[in-house]
Write a protein that binds this ligand. Structure first.
Ligand code: ZN
Ligand code: ZN
Length: 297
């Protein structure tokens, strides 16, 4: 059975080797990608968060500090380059990373510096924090972020504003899980009020103007949401604006490799999206293609 052309994931490949909340080694993740039938698979480990205030509870439990996060990322850069070579005859491994938008005053130089120093082929630009508080973590932190902003709606607006600033600062190839605010937000109230939609659309305009692609992130299913990221209304608006999508399984271990890809393909087709953007490596750089989502006749 040949691999359908849409079957490319760019955001994912986190592993327990370099990330506290993932499992397995990177090699095991790539073996899983081969077993799942991928011929091109992107990996994008988390960049370090340079500040003790950003350490996750689990990281603290493990005795990790910021220097350790930097060391792990450095190891990731080396190991991933070795695995690109080791898998070359079976799998085209695209080597990237998931950028963070903290600390606010210096993430731009930090993230662009990682890209340059380690020669990554692509960057997933993600916002996981508002006002230095994780909006992706446990609900008590999300509540704290809401209290700081005076409610869900102002927090969601601040989140999309941070996304806009991140895109302008980093110009990533891919914008990660654009409506991540939905993950915790849906348990509190509506995350698509007119005021929130207005700033989300402003974010889409910046996505378009910088030629970024949106991460069609299948982790939404794993997080108990009805759809992947982003939500249907964003898919439709983005499509009207000519913005493309690429799949991200956001895998955090071998078992999650390729998870939700087929359901996400059907989700996009239901929204009237006919093509997905898939990159390939050509002459040392990434070239993007539009490939059909429908089954070949
Ligand atoms: Zn993660
Ligand atoms: Zn993320």
């Amino acid at each position: 059975m040949s691999t359908p052309p849409w079957m490319v994931s760019l955001h994912g490949g986190h592993s327990g080797q370099f990330c506290d909340h993932a499992v397995g080694s990177l090699e095991e993740v790539l073996e899983a990608a081969v077993a799942a039938g991928f011929t091109t698979f992107g990996i994008s480990e988390h960049a370090p968060r340079l500040g003790t205030q950003y350490l996750y509870d689990k990281e603290i439990e493990l005795g990790w500090d910021v220097a350790h996060l930097e060391k792990l990322f450095d190891d990731y850069a080396t190991t991933s380059a070795e695995l690109v070579e080791a898998f070359a005859d079976r799998l085209t491994v695209l080597r990237g990373f998931e950028a963070e938008a903290v600390p606010t005053d210096r993430y731009k130089e930090l993230m662009l510096g990682y890209r340059e120093r380690y020669g990554f082929e692509f960057m997933i630009g993600s916002v996981h924090h508002v006002d230095d508080i994780s909006i992706d973590g446990p609900m008590h932190q999300f509540q704290q972020a809401m209290e700081g902003r005076g409610g869900l709606e102002p927090l969601a607006i601040a989140y999309y504003e941070a996304v806009i600033a991140m895109i302008e600062a980093l110009q990533p190839e891919v914008v990660g899980h654009l409506d991540l605010i939905r993950k915790n937000g849906v348990h509190v109230g509506p995350v698509d009020t007119p005021a929130i939609r207005e700033v989300a659309v402003a974010a889409l305009e910046v996505v378009r103007d910088h030629g970024c692609v949106l991460d069609l992130n299948t982790a939404g299913y794993r997080k108990g949401l009805k759809t992947p990221y982003p939500a249907p209304w964003i898919i439709q608006r983005a499509t009207d604006m000519g913005i493309g999508f690429c799949f991200g399984d956001d895998s955090h271990g071998p078992e999650q490799v390729g998870a939700g890809m087929e359901a996400s393909r059907r989700y996009l087709l239901e929204q009237g999206v006919t093509h997905i953007s898939a990159p390939s490596r050509q002459d040392g750089g990434l070239v993007w293609h539009k490939v059909p989502l429908a089954d070949a006749p």
